[in-house]
Design a protein around this ligand. Structure first.
Ligand code: AHR
Length: 514
C-alpha cells in the first residue's frame, strides 16, 4: 500500500512538473539582437584581480605570460568569448589618476589603494598594459574615468591620449611611451557609483557634473562618437535614473549604468558563506538575483518616458553574487569561491538580460578573476574555471544572435514562505540560422520538465550541454578543478514541433536545434 502511494506520489509530482512549465518559442518573430556586450566583464585594481590574476609581472619565469599577462587566463577568456572588459574600477576608478600608470615602470609613483585593503599600488599595470592586454584577449576595453577625485581636464586628456590619431600633446606623449597608433577606445564610463564611493553626490549634482564632463569627451572613434556611460543607479533607486534622464540631454549620453548585486546583507560578515550555505540561503540569493527582472523593468520604463526610441543603452556594469570572503583571506580583497548556486544565478540573469535586449545592451559581471563572482580563480601557477565560467561559455552562442520572443508559464519553486519561478528560459537564432535555447532549473529539490512549442521552426534534431552537479554547493578547487564542468545532455526529446526537456534540480542547459 505504502509502495503504491509513493509511486503515485512520484508520478503525480512528475506529471505536475510537466504540466506546469510550458514555453512557446516564437521563432518567426525575432527582431531584436542580443548585444554581445551584455556578456562583458570587469577587472578592478581590487585584491588579486589584476595583480596575481591577470598580471604576474614581466619578470615572471614560472607562469607563462606575455608582457606579464597570464597566458592561461587569456586563453580561457578568449574561449569564453569575452566581448568587453571594464577597468580600472569600480570604486578604485574614482581614485585613479591615469598619468600615474604610464611611462617607465620604475618611475611610476606608488599610491595607496584606499578602497581595497589599503595596500600599496605600484602602478605597474597601467593604460598601455591594460589596452594591450585587451588586444591579446580580442576584447573591447571599457575605461572607467575618474570623476570623484579627478578633473574634466584629466579625463579629456585620457581620451586624447588613447584615441587621438594626429599630432597633439597627449598623442605625442603616447607615442613617446611607445604606442604609435591610437587604441580607439569606444566605451567610457563617466565616474562610478557617484551616489556612493564615487563622491556621495546627489543625482541632481551628478547630472550637472556629467554634462560638464561629457561636453569635453565629445570625440569620435572612426565615424562614431565615443560611447559615454553615466554613472547609474544602485539597484532599485529609480529616482537616480529619473533625474539623470530628465536632466541630461539624450544626445549627451550613450548609456546609463545600473548596479545590482545578489547579496543577503551589506553588513560586514553577514553575506553568508560562498560554499557552506543552506537551501534557505540559496533561495535568498536567487530571490535577489531574480529581482534583476523587476529592477530592469522599472528603470527601463523610466528611460522609455524620456527616450522612447531607446537611443540610450541601459548598462548593467556591475552584477553578480556577493558573499563573505573565503576564511583567512583579506576582507578587503573580496575573494570568494563559486558554486552551482552561482551557475544558476548567472544563467537566470543572462536570460533576464536577453528579455530586455532592446534596452540592456551592455553588462559586466563583477569580477573576472579572483574577485566576487569570478569566472577564473588563480593560485600561484594554478588556475581553475568556475561554474560561472562554464555558463558564460555555454551561453556565448547567444552573443549577437536574434532574440526569439517566448511565452512562458512556469511552475513554482516553493520554499518555506518564498515562492520563485522554477525555471528560466531564453531563445535566440544565430547568424548561421541555428536556434539555441538556454534553460535553468532553479528548483533545488525537483527535476523540472519543460514542454517547448516551436512556432515557425522546423527542427530535425536537438543536441545540448548541461552543467549540474550532485549538490548545489559543489565547486571546483585547485585540487579538483573539473568537478563541475559541462557535459553532453540527453534530456531533450523532439517530436515534430514539440520539444520536451527534463532538467535535473539546480542545472543549466543550452540546446541547439538542427
Ligand atoms: O565590485 C566591487 C565594488 O562594488 C566596486 O568597486 C563598486 O563599484 C561596487 O560597490
Amino acid at each position: 500500500m505504502k509502495k503504491l502511494y509513493l509511486t503515485l506520489l512520484c508520478v503525480g509530482s512528475l506529471w505536475s512538473a510537466m504540466a506546469q512549465n510550458r514555453v512557446t518559442v516564437k521563432a518567426d518573430e525575432g527582431k531584436v539582437v542580443i548585444n554581445r556586450h551584455i556578456y562583458g566583464h570587469f577587472a578592478e585594481h581590487l585584491g588579486r584581480c589584476i595583480y596575481d590574476g591577470f598580471y604576474v609581472g614581466e619578470g615572471n619565469t614560472k607562469i607563462p605570460n606575455k608582457n606579464g599577462v597570464r597566458l592561461d587566463v587569456v586563453e580561457a577568456l578568449k574561449k569564453m568569448k569575452i566581448p568587453n572588459l571594464r577597468w580600472p574600477g569600480g570604486c578604485f576608478a574614482d581614485t585613479y589618476h591615469w598619468k600615474d600608470g604610464i611611462g617607465p615602470k620604475a618611475q611610476r609613483p606608488k599610491i595607496v589603494n584606499t578602497w581595497w585593503g589599503g595596500v600599496t599600488e605600484d602602478n605597474s599595470f597601467g593604460t598601455h598594459d591594460f589596452l594591450n592586454m585587451c588586444k591579446l584577449l580580442g576584447t573591447e576595453p571599457y575605461l572607467a574615468g575618474n570623476v570623484g577625485s579627478g578633473t574634466v581636464q584629466e579625463l579629456s586628456d585620457w581620451v586624447q591620449y588613447v584615441n587621438f590619431p594626429k599630432n597633439s600633446p597627449m598623442s605625442n606623449l603616447r607615442q613617446k611611451n611607445g604606442q604609435q597608433e591610437p587604441w580607439n577606445v569606444r566605451f567610457w564610463g563617466v565616474g562610478n557609483e557617484a551616489w556612493g564611493c564615487g563622491g556621495n553626490m546627489t543625482p541632481d549634482y551628478y547630472a550637472n557634473i556629467y554634462r560638464q564632463y561629457a561636453t569635453f569627451m565629445n570625440q569620435t572613434v572612426g565615424k562614431d562618437r565615443i560611447f559615454r556611460i553615466a554613472s547609474g543607479a544602485n539597484s532599485s533607486d529609480l529616482n537616480w535614473t529619473e533625474t539623470l534622464m530628465k536632466n541630461i540631454p539624450i544626445n549627451m549620453m550613450e548609456g546609463v549604468a545600473l548596479h545590482h548585486y545578489s547579496v543577503h546583507s551589506w553588513d560586514d560578515g553577514k553575506k553568508g558563506s560562498a560554499t557552506e550555505f543552506s537551501e534557505a540561503d540559496y533561495v535568498k540569493t536567487m530571490k535577489q538575483a531574480l529581482k534583476m527582472d523587476e529592477v530592469i523593468e522599472k528603470h527601463a520604463a523610466i528611460m522609455d518616458k524620456y527616450d522612447p526610441q531607446k537611443k540610450v543603452a541601459l548598462v548593467v556594469d556591475e552584477w553578480g553574487g556577493w558573499y563573505n570572503v573565503e576564511p583567512g583571506t583579506n576582507p578587503g580583497f573580496l575573494y570568494q569561491q563559486n558554486t552551482m548556486r552561482d551557475a544558476v544565478l548567472a544563467g537566470s540573469t543572462l536570460n533576464i538580460f536577453h528579455k530586455y535586449a532592446e534596452r540592456v545592451r551592455m553588462a559586466n559581471l563583477a569580477q573576472a578573476v579572483n574577485v566576487l563572482q569570478a569566472v577564473i580563480l588563480t593560485e600561484g601557477t594554478k588556475m581553475l574555471l568556475t561554474p560561472t565560467y562554464h555558463v558564460l561559455e555555454m551561453y556565448n552562442v547567444h552573443q549577437d544572435a536574434t532574440l526569439l520572443p517566448i511565452d512562458i508559464k512556469t511552475g513554482d519553486y516553493q520554499f518555506e514562505n518564498e515562492k520563485l519561478p522554477a525555471v528560466s528560459v531564453s531563445a535566440s537564432r544565430d547568424k548561421a540560422g541555428k536556434t539555441h535555447i538556454s534553460l535553468v532549473n532553479i528548483h533545488a529539490g525537483q527535476p523540472q520538465t519543460v514542454s517547448v512549442s516551436l512556432k515557425g521552426l522546423k527542427a530535425s534534431g536537438v543536441t545540448g550541454r548541461i552543467l549540474t552537479s550532485g549538490k548545489m554547493q559543489d565547486h571546483n578547487t585547485f585540487d579538483n578543478p573539473t568537478k563541475v564542468k559541462p557535459v553532453a545532455f540527453s534530456g531533450a526529446k523532439l517530436a515534430g514541433d514539440e520539444l520536451t526537456v527534463t532538467l535535473p534540480p539546480v542545472s543549466v542547459v543550452v540546446l541547439e536545434l538542427q
